[in-house]
Design a protein around this ligand. Structure first.
Ligand code: B12
Length: 261
């Protein structure tokens, strides 16, 4: 089989599992300054298969973050399962090694908010999109409403052609509608501002709650455990109900309607 045939075989297999977009990148074309080297993650890695999953319009158009989060959790589940199936397919069919990263977690706590693989840079390298004003990757069909995972493999596969067009409309809606004001400076997301609004029940919220709880009198402690805030923290850590904001994805007009496939 030629490498193009191998790519086509993997792509067809992945699309059959509910993946919406598939691209390939040679590790040499993946450039993410702050991320670890791919060789540190899988010494024999030569390329990566980048998988894109569209998030449903309805989920992102809902004013209730919980509804958006329901679709996010489903994408995360599907993507996790598919990563394993596709990695084993690659190993079995082509006698190669394959390992993968998930949508968000696990992450190295020592590195702060830098993941093992920057999936936006991987998607760009695999010809699946370009960065927009919101610092998210815009896919030509699905717009910003797409999430990525990646499978690293020892297969030597060439990169798909990169997208040359500017897909961002520079409409500035993402900047104007960001409730945290986290996108004011071009090419930079103010992470702390974004986190405060998008993940109020994340580790920061948990630390604040724990501090309050530890300093409380016994009666107050009972009340604090019945507080809806405790329920939200519990849901965030237990079922991964993390995000309370999807605004920069939701307001982006690209890929919002029309035929998807
Ligand atoms: C940690 C993390 C965050 C952190 C920090 C973000 C950050 N600065 O990187 C927080 C919590 C703030 C966050 C927020 C969000 N995230 Co997030 N996040 C991640 C995660 C897990 C790791 C990212 C990472 O390693 N960053 C560190 C390094 C790589 O970033 P960096 O080099 O500093 O690059 C930054 C800038 O320099 C700039 N940049 C870099 N190169 C270039 C090039 C150009 C041309 C431009 C214009 C900008 C630019 O963009 C980056 C953002 O600040 C990824 C998943 C993954 N494994 O990649 C998801 C991921 C980036 N998040 C995603 C999403 C959707 C979100 C949110 C919308 C929240 C939500 N509800 O889902 C917001 C969007 C915020 C925004 N508009 O920037 C998606 C993006 C999908 C897409 N289509 O692009 C990802 C890829 C998850 C996924 N698997 O699909 N996220």
């Amino acid at each position: 089989m030629t490498t193009e045939e191998i790519k086509e075989t993997i792509k067809e297999f992945a699309l059959g599992l509910g993946v919406d977009a598939v691209g390939f990148a040679s590790t040499g074309d993946y450039r993410s300054e702050r991320s670890p080297a791919i060789k540190d993650l899988l010494p024999n890695a030569q390329s990566m298969v980048v998988l894109g999953y569209r998030e449903p319009d309805g989920a992102l158009n809902s004013p209730i973050a919980r509804i958006s989060m329901a679709a996010r959790l489903a994408v995360m589940d599907l993507a996790k399962r598919n990563n394993l199936i596709i990695a084993k397919f690659i190993e079995n069919q082509f006698a190669a090694e394959a390992a993968f990263v998930l949508v968000s977690y696990p992450m190295d706590s020592q590195k702060g908010l830098v993941a093992d693989v920057s999936l936006r840079h991987a998607a760009v390298a695999a010809g699946l999109g370009v960065f927009g004003r919101h610092n998210l990757v815009i896919h030509p069909v699905f717009g910003t409403r797409i999430l990525f995972t990646a499978i690293l493999t020892s297969l030597q596969l060439s990169s798909d052609p990169s997208i040359q067009e500017e897909l961002c409309l520079q409409c500035n809606l993402c900047v104007e509608e960001c409730p945290a004001g986290a996108l004011d400076k071009e090419g930079f997301t103010d992470v702390m501002k974004c986190l405060a609004v998008s993940q109020p029940y994340g580790v920061g919220g948990l630390i604040r709650y724990a501090g309050k709880f530890l300093g409380a009198a016994p009666d107050e402690k009972k009340q604090l455990l019945r507080d809806p805030l405790f329920q939200s923290l519990y849901q965030a850590s237990y079922i991964g109900q993390q995000y309370e904001c999807f605004k920069c994805e939701a307001v982006c007009p690209i890929g919002r309607s029309g035929k998807k496939q």
